[in-house]
Design a protein. Sequence first.
Length: 232
Amino acid sequence: MPNRSHPERHRSQHIGWLRAAVLGANDGIVSTASLLVGIAAASTGKEQVLVAGVAALVAGAMAMAAGEYVSVSSQADTEAADLSKERLELANAPDHELRELTAIYVARGVEPATAADVARQLTTHDALGAHARDELGLSSVVSARPVQAAVASAASFAVGAALPLVVALLAPERNMLIGVSGMSLLFLAALGVLSASAGGAPVARATARVVAWGALAMAATAGVGTLFGGVG
């Protein structure tokens, strides 16, 4: 029989941008919709609601980009420091590092003789890569990418925030609170389905938790808006 290769597609290759994109879109919808609902509940005019929503979109997108870049850069710096230390150890104590790599494979269930042979071959091929992957748990698939995370987070936040903002723009002022909150919950449900499908997670559970937390946030800000609107 001919040897037929079959390409395998794994979800882990999406981790870098998927986490930032889902987080950004979720924050964009929840924070902007909650702000709009809170202001609308305070009986503020539609113009003020829209101005606040646009400001929230811009400020939130920039904050998400900055936050992701700083946090992921810190992760990247830590990874670089670990690799630098490992590179130095390989240069100064190669025999010790070879035994260390062998011990890792033995602990995973490989027979000692086979583990030693594998460790020697991998060390010859790419010693640093072998230690980065098997000792430090680092790989190109899940390595930190600050710029990618910042762009994905900011863009997805802006898209997420624009959704309830468009609803607020199109909805009649008297129905704005119900329209924004109802449509935003639908947007969150769609995001839950999309993110679960992209990441291979259970759709129902992912959707339920996204919608539940969004509803809680909007209910809280609506209560605050009603309270302070009544006081005013």
